[in-house]
Design a binder for this molecule. Sequence first.
Ligand code: PGA
Length: 240
Amino acid sequence: MKIVKVKDYEEMSDKVCELFIDRLTALKNPVFGLATGSTPKGLYKRLVQRYNKGKISFDHATFFNLDEYIGLDQNHPSSYAYYMKNKLYNHINVSSEQIHIPNGKAKDLKKECDRYEQLIRDANYIDLQILGIGINGHIGFNEPGTPFDSRTDVVQLTNSTIKVNSRFFNSIEEVPNEAITMGIGTIMDSKEIVMLISGEHKSKALQQTIYGEVTENFPASILQTHENVTIIADAAAFGE
Ligand code: PGA
């Protein structure tokens, strides 16, 4: 694992943005895996700013999101489809064919998971996967106890995740308790992974990810076994 320690959230976002743009320009047809939540907002903001300055183009890239809630329409303001459009896709040069997010309203959810998994395989896997981390070590919505070889599937959210994510909803009752997520095996197929960790509340998770036992009870620990992982974390996450 390559560990990059930065001062704060802004510097973390600058660093990941540099790396992202490097892969965007170096690769002929880059395939990106993207995350939602609070952590990658700074990255998306910077990508939009750079695009507006006319410095970069996304016309040759493909995007896959990690996960989506089950039961939320893509226009629901708390859906990840809405988040991605709002934060990134509506502001850059991408067409709907280039962007992929699991459909949490699919009639046949199992079929939707298989379709998503196949799309990633057809794209020859993800070149650069951006990851956040839950305080319980989840990656995507793969909660503790998920087998390391899991593929894209329907999963139950833990009470802890529902509570943490309720800040994006009007009330905790509104938070769906199921989601579709890329599996841990799917994420591990990525050729490169960058995990972003910011804030004191993530310091235990950071310690366990880097130094903890590799165990399915802490999903992010599997990253220790991937050959191309960078963790960009700020001083607060390092407990300083
Ligand atoms: P956050 O979420 O970026 O909002 O902290 C990360 C996660 O739950 O994976």
